[in-house]
Design a binder for this molecule. Structure first.
Ligand SMILES: Cc1cc2nc3c(=O)[nH]c(=O)nc-3n(C[C@H](O)[C@H](O)[C@H](O)COP(=O)(O)O)c2cc1C
Length: 201
């Protein structure tokens, strides 16, 4: 393990469980791989712009037809992709909002899922170009959703990372946080024990 990219996404800067348990997981990974470099992007504190016409222009227009804004948007996406590709481990703190991931995490994915860089289309279908990386996702949720069709975090992130070639994902769920103190404590204990028992290659 050489570089761990940490993405924090909870809108709460205080009291966030996804942040707290993500930090705990990064601590465990760091203890087992002391030489690993850790870089953190706080996507809630420093949100990325949505995928818009400017970014699409930066990706698709010939260089001599691009505006300064389009060039800037494309180069921001390049920086994010370079950061992803330089990391062999990605750890994501993912608060559940309205059954899915935060819009800030979606904006990051929209910047890094880029044809020619992290995937390409072929006659046989799309091929991921970012494989060989490990992703850990720490979700925090008010309810319990594992295995339910209302869980739009795990299936979506599995598909999105799979599309760019990353199919080694581990999910740690902190569930039941709005279901009363006993359920909330059970959800936190399950997550803590999952982090403790994590196997690292
Ligand atoms: C705007 C908003 C939307 C939420 N939507 C859901 C939801 O759809 N399902 C759920 O189980 N919990 C939902 N929650 C509860 C959060 O998932 C829960 O508080 C979680 O702990 C947030 O992560 P954090 O502790 O890292 O901030 C929502 C919370 C907020 C603030």
């Amino acid at each position: 393990m050489k570089q761990i990219l940490v993405l924090q996404t909870s809108a709460r800067s205080q009291g966030s469980l996804s942040r707290e348990y993500t930090n705990e997981l990064v601590k465990v990974l760091g203890e087992r791989h002391p030489s690993a470099r850790v870089i953190t992007r706080d996507l809630a504190l420093h949100p990325l712009p949505h995928l818009d016409e400017t970014l699409l222009g930066g990706w698709t227009k010939p260089a001599d037809h691009q505006t300064a804004e389009e060039r800037e948007a494309a180069s921001r996406s390049d920086v994010l992709i370079d950061e992803l590709l330089a990391s062999d481990t990605i750890v994501i703190g993912s608060a559940m909002y309205n059954f899915g991931i935060t819009s800030t995490l979606k904006a990051w994915l929209d910047n890094v899922m880029r044809a020619g860089r992290t995937f390409r289309y072929t006659e046989k279908g799309p091929v991921g170009l970012a494989g060989g990386r490990k992703v850990y996702v720490v979700t925090a949720r008010g309810g319990r959703y594992q295995g339910s069709p209302m869980d739009h975090q795990q299936p979506y992130l599995t598909s999105a990372f799979g599309f760019i070639g990353i199919d080694d994902l581990d999910f740690i769920h902190i569930e039941g946080q709005a279901m009363g103190e006993a359920e909330a404590a059970r959800g936190r204990a399950e997550a803590a024990s999952a982090i403790e028992g994590i196997t690292i290659g």
